[in-house]
Design a protein around this ligand. Sequence first.
Ligand code: NPQ
Ligand code: MG
Length: 370
Amino acid sequence: MRIEQITLHHLRMPLVAPFETSFGRITDRECILLELASEGLIGIGECVADRDPGYAYETTGTAWHILNDFICPAILGQDVAGPAEYRGRVASVRGHPMAKAGIEMALWDLLGKREGRSLQELLGGIQARVPVGVSVGLQASPQALVGTVGRYLEQGYRRIKIKIKPGRDVEDARAVRSAFPDIRLQVDANSAYTLETAGILMHLDDLGLLLIEQPLSEDDIWDHRQLQARLRTPVCLDESILTARHARQAIEMAACRVINIKAGRVGGLTEAVAVHDVCRARDVPVWSGGMLETGVGRAANLALASLPGFTLPGDISASDRYYARDITYQRFALNDDSTITVPRGVGLGVELDMTAVGDFALRSTVLGPA
Ligand code: NPQ
Ligand code: MG
């Protein structure tokens, strides 16, 4: 596939409601949309870096720089066989997985369009509909949280994840559990604790949670092992797992019993499938994380989550959980059984609404061969 032109769009999209986590509160989501032109086809991809380096060190600013100055020049005017070969070409760029993953997603879309196959088929996905839940941000009080969770349950979500941080953990989780004794419930700390402050999390152990996600820092895999040894509830790693090797090491260390997979965090869908394979071979359940994706990244998450090892509900959610207006014509809705249907069209199976892209774009650039 000869890469003739790459267009980058830095977008800012308003959220339907503010989203607050242990690392901050946002009212708009930024991302970079990519369009790769090759032999009469356009492949589209989404880079999930946001404006601020709160979840990870990458931002829309660093990703734009790495894409514009290093990654795009390495493939423009070149014949790229596919996602696997692309990974070799960008191996000399250290880090920056989200920037790399944005182009990789567009290459998968191109490959699917060329071969007339869906991303689901290309990745080896099998389920037609994938079970999903909703991630609920920190609210003003435990009472407000119970109200918000109740509204998502009414909408049909059958798995709830709440965000926690020091001072907003046990009381919040207990309030939700006592209001809804039977729901599938889990918590996510986004690295807000240390082994020294994590003692409080022992109180979560009798709430029947599905898992406790990323309590400690990204680079504290060993300390997650110490914490997991003291908890009956499974620890799930998110930020700590940047490669399939990390997944293997974390499992070997008994640092977690579940892994959250996000293609952006691990540098692309190819590595995401490799993480899935490592976990499946060891009987470790995985589920799809979410990064408040547009319809583009949401389609990719659905295809990935249809692989057989994704046995827990994903943080994918319907489009209207996050956006009143999206950049794809396709919108994803929740089915009655708390699933979302995996797109079946070629590639990602979604088409861009270029009017919406134009309206949300802060800047765009068209890159050609040097
Ligand atoms: C998580 N996602 O599982 C992430 C955290 C997250 C759905 O909880 C901008 C950029 C906003 C990155 C919001 C969910 C974000 C973000 C949440 C990451 O940890
Ligand atoms: Mg998380």
